[in-house]
Design a protein. Sequence first.
Length: 135
Amino acid sequence: ALTMLGTLAFYAQDYDSAQTYFVDARRIEFSDQEATLGLARVFLATEKYDMASAELAKLVRASPGAWFPKYLQSVVALRKQDYRTASEKASVVINDNPEYLPAYFVVAVASVGLEEYETARQRVNKLLASAPNHV
């Protein structure tokens, strides 16, 4: 129940309450991966990137095959302007889940930051081909 309350608070952009709910949920069940993911998302939304990275690393260690925490790691790296890491993490997500289009966007933006314009163009073309009705 606390994790659900945290999620609701997160979507209402009440990040302080969301953080409190997720922390409380983990006090009850330390290995609560949903609460850990919630905390990571709160920290990402509030630009506490090192804290987000720490939570995401816990998730990746606990579930190495889970692709979504890796995607969020790529977003954290992108926000920190660590374009090489962002591209590498998002590329892993693409390999694991080629239908997850936001990962292509991360690679495209990171590629621009790395001045790898051909890679950026290829990823944008993949996005356009996969979602032709989106502008």
